[in-house]
Design a binder for this molecule. Sequence first.
Ligand SMILES: Nc1ncnc2c1ncn2[C@@H]1O[C@H](COP(=O)(O)OP(=O)(O)OP(=O)(O)O)[C@@H](O)[C@H]1O
Length: 248
Amino acid sequence: MSGITVNELYKTYKGSAEPTLKGLTFQFEKGKIAGLLGPNGAGKTTTISILCGIVKSDTGEVFIHGLKQDAAHREAIKRLIGIVPQQIALYPQLSAVENLTYFGNLYGFKGKALQQKIMYYLELFGLEASAHKEIHKYSGGMKRRANIIAAILHDPQLLVLDEPTAGVDVQSRSMILQFLRDYNRQGASILYTSHLLEEAQSLCEEVVIMDAGKMIVHGHPLTLIREHATCNNLEDVFLHFTGHAVRD
Ligand SMILES: Nc1ncnc2c1ncn2[C@@H]1O[C@H](COP(=O)(O)OP(=O)(O)OP(=O)(O)O)[C@@H](O)[C@H]1O
């Protein structure tokens, strides 16, 4: 399996009585836009963090494009993946160009080629006029767009995004979604989490709905909707499987 394989993941955080992941198992095909969905506290961020090698699971295994996520492959997987975390991971006192130069350098890119790439992406994401503005002066949507650029400078084959469109303005959201479609069309795999189910339904070719640390259902959004007579959209499917009780 050359996409993403998650096998029997268990994870209990130190000091927690309850496991966060309880035998989580799923697969996503390579080259697709995939969505990892679930209510608050389902374990999505934990799962993504384990996939990317940021958090260690207690047991279970993960394969990314055929490579096992372990010490022997950590560096190779790091080059393969671009991570866009939920929190903005940029230095607020530095400009976009300064931040992106720093992140490019971390991946070994330097000089004119890096600067050209940074300017290309700043333009693509509508940030060229604010290229030298400090990040703390950016709006929320601008920060999100810059945060994505930081994750793609090394041309990752798999882009993993944790709620990239949460709380952003309509124009930024539309630009981010268009970028994800284009980046996928160029051959990259995308894995993203979101609570916006209408968005996930239109964007994703595959979704996993997880709850309480387990996989609940997996499939193409439209197939899942068709398979359940009472469901008209992905939100109906989500509520069908995860219930109506509010989560804390
Ligand atoms: N570092 C941590 N230490 C202890 N508990 C944690 C830690 N990170 C997450 N948890 C707990 O694990 C559970 C799952 O959290 P996680 O952030 O993975 O879920 P999620 O599905 O991403 O939620 P949300 O949609 O709210 O972002 C929660 O109960 C959370 O409190």
